[in-house]
Design a protein around this ligand. Structure first.
Ligand SMILES: C[S@@+](CC[C@H](N)C(=O)[O-])C[C@H]1O[C@@H](n2cnc3c(N)ncnc32)[C@H](O)[C@@H]1O
Length: 338
């Protein structure tokens, strides 16, 4: 029994790349949207996904084995719970699609882990980690990653907002806030909050449009700049860093936090939210995934809450404490005070 379980576990590890490619194919072919809210036959699915019925059946059989779809009758298919999540969460599907870049970066795994690959696709995608002046990065370079961040924010924002009560603040500044998707969710949950966003100039241009479309632009102040060196508005009683510190190596994190410390008023609450390494299964899975992802980016790492608290203390922030969320795969929170 134990030997069998261990053999299965080792086989799962060995064949994980196959599972990923089945999932990728289902996402790319639009299988989850096709089955959203209904049952379809193989032939109907084949028409929707633009492929031959035999090939469609082969893929659906594999998706069933991975519990992405279920049989609803002879030759009739429906979504499983996991499939339903994939059908409803566009951000998750966009994340899976963009993994094609990571997959290509990992093709020569030994060279990757030796650190021989400098010019990876992910390093090109995340334009601000390449070292030139980030404030000069132009619109077409920030648009793809900003759209991905906007789309993938929904689940993360729910997880953060459920774990920390932002209703206690008068105003929140989201530093590196992207197009404002987190602020949008925050503003909808707490209509009394004043909102502010700081990001690179090319990104605040995009945020203007997004926040206008969400109908909250008049509650928001937008500040363009470089968070490692430019002044930030210091008059907010809470400042958030969502998926920011993990992108950067320690020396750059210290620059970001030192700059924040310089400009924020004493007593300001700083909320750091991102996937963190830890002992829970979710935190361990997050560390394996993000540890690889940031290695491909050539910048940043998945830190534990203890490491983040130490960096905060080193930059003058006090009383750091970790708060677990309902989904450590997505985020753990560290809260500290200026
Ligand atoms: C991983 S994204 C996270 C975006 C958003 N917080 C979220 O979770 O969806 C990192 C953000 O930091 C911004 N950023 C990177 N370097 C920056 C810098 N030097 N100054 C200001 N913003 C920067 C990027 O433009 C991007 O919007």
């Amino acid at each position: 029994m134990v030997a069998n379980a261990k053999a299965n576990q080792l086989f799962r590890l060995t064949s994980g790349f196959v599972h990923t490619q089945i999932l990728s194919a289902c996402v790319q072919l639009g299988l989850f949207e096709a089955l959203d809210g209904k049952a379809l036959t193989t032939v109907q699915m084949a028409t929707r996904c633009n492929m031959a019925p035999d090939a469609m059946r082969r893929l659906l059989d594999q998706a069933k084995r991975l519990d992405l779809v279920i049989s609803a009758g002879p030759d009739l298919w429906m979504l499983s719970d996991a499939g339903t999540v994939l059908a409803t969460d566009r951000g998750l599907r966009e994340m899976i699609k963009h993994h094609n870049m990571l997959y290509r970066d990992l093709t020569d795994a030994a060279a990757f882990w030796r650190g021989d690959l400098r010019d990876t696709e992910l390093r090109r995608y995340w334009a601000y980690v390449r070292g030139s002046n980030p404030a000069e990065i132009d619109n077409e370079l920030v648009a793809p990653y900003s759209a991905l961040m906007r789309e993938s924010q929904a689940m993360l924002a729910d997880c953060i907002l459920a774990a920390h009560d932002f209703g206690q603040y008068r105003s929140v500044l989201d530093v590196g806030g992207g197009e404002g998707a987190f602020l949008g969710a925050l503003g909808e949950r707490h209509p009394q909050l004043r909102l502010a966003l700081f990001d690179l100039p090319a990104v605040t241009d995009l945020a203007l449009r997004h926040l206008r479309e969400r109908g909250i632009l008049e509650r928001c102040t937008l500040s363009p700049g470089d968070f490692t060196s430019d002044p930030l508005p210091g008059d907010h009683d809470c400042v958030t860093l969502v998926r920011i510190l993990c992108d950067h190596d320690d020396d750059r994190v210290i620059k970001i936090l030192t700059n924040l410390h310089r400009h924020l008023s004493p007593g300001t609450r700083l909320v750091v939210a991102e996937a963190m390494a830890g002992d829970s299964e979710g935190a361990n899975l997050a560390a394996i995934y993000f540890g690889t992802y940031f290695a491909a980016m050539g910048s940043g790492r998945c830190r534990s809450s203890v490491e983040i608290s130490a960096l905060l203390a080193r930059c003058g922030f006090r009383n750091a404490k970790a708060v677990t969320t309902g989904n450590p795969l997505l985020a753990t929170i560290v809260i500290a005070q200026r």
